[in-house]
Each structure stands twice: as C-alpha cells, then as structure tokens.
Design a protein around this ligand. Structure first.
Ligand SMILES: O=C[C@H](O)COP(=O)(O)O
Length: 331
C-alpha cells in the first residue's frame, strides 16, 4: 500500500483545481464506483484493534488526537454557559501537570475546534478569543437536513457572519438514496459558495445511506463540489462513524487526490468515545493516506465524550511514569 507523499503542513483545499468551485461533476466516475475492499479488509476494518500502537507511543498519539478533536456539544438543552465551559476546556484540554509530565508544557495543546449549533457561534467565538481555536457550526438544518434550501443557505451565512471559521453541512440524504447526483452536486456547490472563506465539511450521514457504494459516490460528489472535508455522521443517526465506512471514505479521498490533485480532509464523528477507538482511526489514516492526514488541517474527530477517556488514559501514563515522548511515532 502506498500512501500519498505530501508535505506535513498541507491543508484541505490546498492544490484544489478551483478552490471555491470544485470541479465539474463527472457522472461516469460516480456511476462507475466499485467498492474494492476484499473480504479480509472488510472483516479486519470491522473488528476493533486492527493494529496495535506500541505502548510507549500511545500517549503521543492520544495527544495528537486531542489537537484534531472538534470538541462538540449538540444537544437540545445546550446553553451559553455550557458552551463557555466547553470553550474553556478546548483552550486547555489536558491538565497542565499531565502535559508537563509528558514534556509538552511549553508547546501548549488545544483542541482542533469547538463544534456547536448556530445559536452558540457568537458565544463560542467570544469565549475562544485569542486562543487560535476555531469555531465550527453545524448547519443546513442539522441533523436531518430537511429545512428549505434557501433557509439552509441563510443559516450558513449567519454562522459565517457570527465568526464560524468552519461550517459542517448535512447533505440531503434523499439525493444520494435516489441516485440524484446532479442535485447533490448542486446543493453542495451552493453550500460551498455560501461558506465563502470558511472551510466546509460535508456530513454524509453514512448510517442513512444504505450501501458503501452510496457512501463513496456521495463522498466523490461532495469533493467534486468543493468540500474541504468529508465527515461521516451527525452523531444522531442509528449508526454513526465506523471503521469500515472510514476505510471506504478515505480511499475515496485518496482516489480523488490521485485523479485531481485536490487535498480533502476526513472527519469521523458520532459514537467515538474511547481512546482505543481513536487509535484505530489514526492507524487507518496513517496507513491509507499517510502522515499529513494525522494533522488537524486534514483530520478532525467529531466527539462529545472522547476527551474524558483520553484524559484518563494520559493521566494513567503519567502516574505510571511513562515517558511517552521519548520515541514519538509521528515525527
Ligand atoms: O459531530 C459530532 C457528533 O455529533 C458527536 O457525536 P457524539 O456525541 O456521539 O460524540
């Protein structure tokens, strides 16, 4: 398996043939999609613990995962106070004494972003001022994505006005389920245009799409329409992020890069709650796409409860006097 040879500081959208316009929809490419996963690959991707990360490297990988995390609250009972607490956590996600014990006190660590509903974008932007942590807004009638199209566009524009640097849109599942790729492409183009300079992540709601082939086709169409990231799920579907869907989507990213030169990021989201889970995703990213896709510019993890388990694991390393950074696996 060869992965992509890129510098480690590339960002999604770099090298895109038309940064804000995607490429023309190539329907024959979409229709011709075949899922080239062997039975063994499907089996392995469905099992936990696909490969092991050496024990002495795990803390470094977990700390890297924190920097890629879109720390999320997307609940009906969210309040400004909860969002402010979340932002404080995003500024300082790991206890200073734990960071110091890991030799990371000087560098400082924040999460990749904070992810909230539009209502709380301004609150989060204010609470994160000066931290460098961007605000991501879920949008377009999240999670079902069934609001009128013009309302979706106005919601995106309002979040950008309030300071969201990243917009997580949800696609209209019906377009994918009925094979109406032209409609999906046009929808995504409109979302892309409404985002302006904000980065756009396309949530496919893979648990709703019935087949892996639909997932890959929807991935390709969203990338052609200019998505900076493709994201699995809202966290509200019956089935959210899985390793099998991840394998299919990141191979679509690799294929898309191979054919167009465009660089697209990946965001698994929903139900990722343990350190062990995220290590599996990181291994997949590194093996399939390569080192640049372990950075927050190209990899985000949408999660509301993962941080607590990572903190526990890091504290465990520290109290066990583990020197995790002596042999950093990703330098
Ligand atoms: O986009 C992020 C997801 O909604 C988070 O899902 P989760 O609450 O299952 O971690």
């Amino acid at each position: 398996m060869t992965h992509l040879a890129l510098a480690s500081d590339v960002r999604s959208g770099d090298a895109h043939p038309a940064r804000n316009g995607g490429i023309p929809l190539d329907l024959s490419w979409v229709q011709d999609v075949r899922i080239n996963l062997s039975a063994a690959e499907r089996r392995v991707a469905s099992l936990p613990g696909r490969r092991s990360v050496k024990k002495d490297a795990q803390a470094a990988w977990l700390l890297k995962a924190v920097t890629c995390m879109d720390l999320t609250t997307l609940n009906g009972d969210d309040t400004a106070e909860r969002v402010k607490r979340l932002c404080a956590k995003a500024r300082s996600p790991v206890r200073p004494d734990v960071l110091a014990a890991l030799g990371m006190a000087e560098r400082g660590v924040t999460t990749g972003a904070v992810c909230v509903y539009h209502r709380f974008v301004a609150t989060a932007v204010d609470a994160l001022a000066g931290s460098g942590v961007p605000v991501a807004a879920v949008s377009t009638g999240f999670p079902a994505g069934l609001a009128p199209h013009d309302v979706k566009l106005r919601e995106i524009e309002a979040s950008v006005r309030d300071g969201a640097a990243e917009i997580d849109i949800v696609i209209t599942r019906e377009h994918a389920l009925t094979g109406n790729w032209t409609a999906l492409y046009q929808e995504m183009r409109d979302f892309r245009a409404a985002c302006g300079n904000a980065h756009v992540k396309a949530i496919l709601a893979t648990g709703d799409l019935k087949t892996l082939r639909n997932v890959v086709r929807a991935s390709l169409v969203c990338m052609m329409a200019g998505a900076d990231f493709i994201k699995t799920s809202t966290g509200k579907e019956g089935v959210n992020a899985t390793r099998l869907v991840t394998l299919a989507m990141i191979r679509a990213i690799r294929d898309y890069h191979g054919r167009t030169g465009a660089i697209v990021g990946y965001k698994p989201a929903g139900g990722i709650s343990t350190a062990k889970d995220i290590l599996d995703y990181q291994i997949l990213m590194k093996e399939e796409l390569g080192r640049p896709w372990l950075e927050p510019t190209l990899f985000r993890i949408g999660a509301s409860s993962l941080l607590a388990d990572i903190e526990r694991q890091l504290e465990h390393h520290v109290t066990g006097r583990y020197s995790a950074f002596n042999r950093h696996p990703m330098s």
